[in-house]
Design a protein around this ligand. Structure first.
Ligand SMILES: Cc1cc2nc3c(=O)[nH]c(=O)nc-3n(C[C@H](O)[C@H](O)[C@H](O)COP(=O)(O)OP(=O)(O)OC[C@H]3O[C@@H](n4cnc5c(N)ncnc54)[C@H](O)[C@@H]3O)c2cc1C
Length: 419
């Protein structure tokens, strides 16, 4: 049963769901701006987020001006937050969010409700599991995402296989490659459905350096095995299927925001980002709630997520002190083009467009060259040449759009596209 229990009589000014780089950065910023009680709720036994599992560099250049491994970086973020007076409650999962800043939480002490004047939602992203990728074949042991592999190797000292196939070539696939190396695992191949590696050079050179062959235009079709993985069935550029003998499959990337709380609760969710709908201050459809970090959209680095968290801390402090402009009458930002994956923020509060995020962030779904166009009420209001690949950040200055459109919806699409 849920009961109302608070271990401190002081009201919580800001509760932060998730103690990764974004949540911790927001917390420190709030404290530095004089916000009294800032509470981070983290479901793991330690705060620090995904970098805790990534026992490799480079983390921390932006935040600490030095190159750190993920765990050292995470430990420094936690130490900085504790020094700033942030309360961090670990082993505490937020299980529901309610209007007005009320949260249901579960911890070893039981379940209870807490309420805060503002809530920052910073739960990050996760990779698509096997079920979401519609991979056929045997349901056997040895199929994992990078996150699971990293926690097995770095946190539990386990070595789940010795000759896996790595699926995907986003940056995180190279993180998987480094994790394999650390554990003495030798991947037999890396496969990528697109025509070239998704990650930028020089990361894309890593497979060759590690003597792992990268097969582009190749898809994982099925997994074979009796109890554990024995082969990956792949379809190559010629459409022919063949088997790669292996004892594991690492499914990397294809990130989705960890937005279950928003989906099950009262906050609006954007079907394109799969994260909460926000305005340029990261303010959700219930203005007591803000979202930050990779929850906003898949996916950015730890450094970017940290910087976003810091900004969100600044905006929430401002909201508590003076109030941000009212969200009523916001411009709606949408994409209706299959070549555009998403646009975020999804609303722009026009009463004070300056401040908040300076740009609308977008990504494309395929390599594309053409014109990125903004239309409002059937008229083109803005256009710019675009040449991009999937998983590259595209930014459009909010000021450019707001200066041309006064109300309604702005819809982005790509015209004269060559893919
Ligand atoms: C497998 C994987 C590997 C990655 N590798 C790299 C890399 O090498 N370099 C890089 O720069 N980026 C990497 N990333 C991107 C990563 O998302 C960012 O580095 C960064 O961690 C994002 O920070 P964040 O605070 O937004 O989210 P996260 O770091 O994901 O932190 C979110 C936190 O919220 C907590 N949480 C979630 N739900 C709840 C809940 N209901 N209640 C309480 N707590 C909750 C989680 O336990 C987690 O600690 C990787 C991502 C993944 C998934």
């Amino acid at each position: 049963m849920i009961d109302r229990a608070l271990d401190s009589p002081l009201p919580i000014d800001v509760a932060i769901i998730g103690g990764g780089p974004a949540g911790l950065a927001a917390a420190v910023e709030l404290k530095s701006r004089g916000v009294k009680r800032v509470l981070v709720l983290e479901r793991e036994e330690q705060a620090g987020g995904i970098p805790r599992h990534c026992n490799h560099p480079p983390f921390g250049m932006r935040e600490f001006r030095r190159v750190l491994t993920g765990p050292k970086y995470a430990a420094r973020l936690v130490a900085r937050a504790q020094k700033a007076g942030v309360e961090i409650q670990t082993l505490t999962t937020v299980t529901d969010v309610y209007p007005g800043g009320e949260l249901a939480v579960a911890s070893p002490a039981g379940t209870h409700l807490i309420s805060a004047r503002r809530v920052i939602y910073a739960t990050g992203v996760r990779e698509a599991p096997r079920s979401a990728r519609l991979i056929s074949g045997a349901r056997v042991q040895g199929v994992v995402n990078t996150g699971a592999l990293q926690s097995m190797v770095y946190l539990k000292g386990r070595r789940p296989f010795s000759r896996p196939v790595i699926v995907g070539s986003e940056l995180v696939a190279f993180s998987a490659l480094m994790t394999c190396r650390h554990a003495g695992i030798r991947p037999v191949a890396m496969i990528e459905a697109g025509p070239s590696a998704t990650a930028r050079w020089p990361s894309s050179l890593l497979p060759r350096l590690r003597q792992v062959q990268l097969h582009t235009a190749t898809r994982l079709v099925a997994i074979k095995g009796a109890r554990s993985v024995e082969a990956a069935v792949v379809s190559g550029p010629d459409g022919q299927e063949r088997e790669i003998a292996c004892d594991g499959v690492i499914l990397t990337g294809e990130f989705t925001p960890e937005a279950a709380l928003a989906r099950c609760g009262h906050l609006d969710v954007d079907p394109a980002t799969c994260g909460p709908v926000v305005d340029q201050w990261g303010r959700c459809s219930d203005p007591v709630y803000f979202a930050t970090g990779n929850l906003l959209r898949p996916v950015e680095t730890a450094g970017r997520s940290w910087a976003e968290g810091r900004k969100t801390g600044e905006w929430v402090a401002r909201d508590l002190a003076d109030g941000l402009p009212q969200p009523a009458g916001s411009l709606r930002i949408t994409t209706r083009d299959p070549l555009l994956k998403y646009a975020m923020p999804q609303r722009i509060c026009k009463s004070q467009p300056a401040g908040g995020m300076g740009e609308i962030q977008m990504r494309v779904t395929a390599r594309v060259s053409g014109n990125l166009v903004a239309r409002s009420e059937n008229a083109t209001v803005w256009r710019q040449a675009l040449n991009s690949r999937p998983e590259r950040r595209i930014e459009v200055a909010i000021a450019d759009i707001v200066s041309r459109v006064s109300e309604g919806t702005v819809e982005f699409s790509i015209e004269e596209a060559a893919t």
